[in-house]
Design a protein around this ligand. Structure first.
Ligand code: NAI
Ligand code: MG
Length: 369
């Protein structure tokens, strides 16, 4: 049987509350569907800092590197505001991303039919929306050198960030996008600014060459990133998979996310390169939202982003496409039934807390089996 080592890192705030709902689903899958997940657990963020003074321990880092997938809750909160910069909760997540070399960040923007009314855009623009943004996560302007504030000695300072991309980085991120497109709508839109950026010229060339060499069956389109931002709010359904760099991807994925409503709904995946021997990728799945200290402990958190992140894990790490589809259908079904946590509540719907939402999704998931 394929290895299914799954490490849970619930983190802080609503992280553990949302993770508890995923744990129920995994327990059911192991008991009734014989899914065979080997669960392990670790500390990250503020909870790790409180336990041993680090944002993540070496032992938990080693577990993450040895796992087939990591499920991550959320980290951070005012309690750790005065912690030294390198030990702050967010450092745990950054370390995981760096050491696991998670260069591909996948952010779906899906509009559940039952929530099409609550978008800030018109219903017909977002209803049925299903796009996937693939953002390069380990290169570009956030990491390029030089990166400094230089004192010019004349009373002026200069802030410098450097956008750097090498061929292999563009090849591997576009490869992920093309492969994902084949499992979906078979179209990739690559976004850069080749009109004003040299790294954009190279990006465009390498994506085009990668397409020609290995993925000519997929439709490829190029768009300037600013025009892409406009098109995302004008007619988002024209897109299937969007591939873009770290900076543009940060902004475009947030824009795309908000087409579809609450932070509490949004999952993500971060993938590494396939292992040369086994072909399996390192991977970390997490909700887009943070630890929500304002509602932590009240039982009001929406667990859907966390559960949908687990659905992505089933799909991308374990090739359990049937179960992933079914879990996503269970989420949609519960929303169709009018069940809502506070963040997505609207008139005439039934308001529930975190555990009731998790229970309702599990019940629907079982019913669809
Ligand atoms: P946040 O995402 O935690 O919360 C923003 C707002 O959305 C809050 O009003 C919150 O109650 C609401 N919200 C978020 N998730 C929700 C859910 N599942 N259900 C219902 N409502 C939800 O972002 P914020 O407030 O900027 O940051 C809080 C802490 O989280 C900070 O320490 C920040 O550094 C950290 N953070 C951690 C992230 C991570 O672990 N990946 C990502 C973003 C922030
Ligand atoms: Mg962002």
């Amino acid at each position: 049987m394929v290895s299914k080592k799954l490490l849970l890192l619930p983190g802080d705030g609503i992280g553990p509350e949302a993770m508890a709902e995923v744990r129920k689903i995994i327990a059911y899958m192991n008991a009734e569907l014989e899914s065979g997940f080997e669960l392990d657990e670790g500390l990250v963020g503020g909870s790790a800092y409180d336990a041993h003074g680090l944002a993540i321990s070496e032992a938990d880092m080693a577990k993450a590197l040895a796992s087939d997938a990591v499920l991550f809750g959320a980290v951070g909160g005012p309690k750790w505001d005065s912690v030294p910069y390198d030990l702050r909760p967010e450092a745990g997540l950054l370390r995981l991303r760096k050491d696991m070399e998670l260069f591909a960040n996948l952010r779906p923007a899906i509009c559940y039919p039952a929530l099409a009314d609550s978008s800030s855009l018109k219903k017909e623009i977002v209803e049925g929306l299903d796009i996937l943004i693939v953002r390069e996560l380990t290169g570009g302007v956030y990491f390029g050198e030089p990166k400094e504030i230089r004192d010019l000695g004349n009373g002026q300072k200069r802030g410098i960030d450097t956008q750097v991309y090498d061929t292999y980085e563009i090849e591997r991120i576009s490869g992920v996008a093309f492969e994902l497109a084949r499992t979906r709508g078979n179209k990739v839109t690559s976004m850069e600014k080749r009109n004003v950026m040299k790294s954009g010229v190279l990006w465009n060339e390498v994506v085009t060459a990668t397409h020609k060499a290995k993925y000519a069956d997929v439709t490829l389109e190029h768009m300037l990133a600013d025009a892409g931002g406009m098109q995302l709010v004008r007619w988002p359904k024209q897109f299937d998979v969007i591939v873009t760099d770290n900076l543009f991807g940060d902004m475009l994925s947030d824009i795309a996310a908000m087409l579809t409503g609450s932070l509490g709904m949004l999952p993500s995946a971060s993938l590494g390169a396939p292992d040369a021997r086994t072909g399996s990728r390192k991977a970390l799945y997490e909700p887009v939202h943070g630890s929500a200290p304002d509602i932590a402990g009240t039982g009001a958190a929406n667990p859907i982003a966390m559960i949908a992140s687990f659905a992505m894990c089933l799909r991308y790490s374990f090739n359990m496409v049937v179960e992933a589809d079914r879990l996503e259908a269970a989420i949609a079904g519960v929303l169709d039934d009018g069940i809502r946590t506070a963040d997505i509540m609207s008139e005439g719907k039934t308001r529930v807390g975190t555990t009731e939402m998790g229970d309702a999704i599990l019940a629907k998931f079982k019913a669809l089996a």
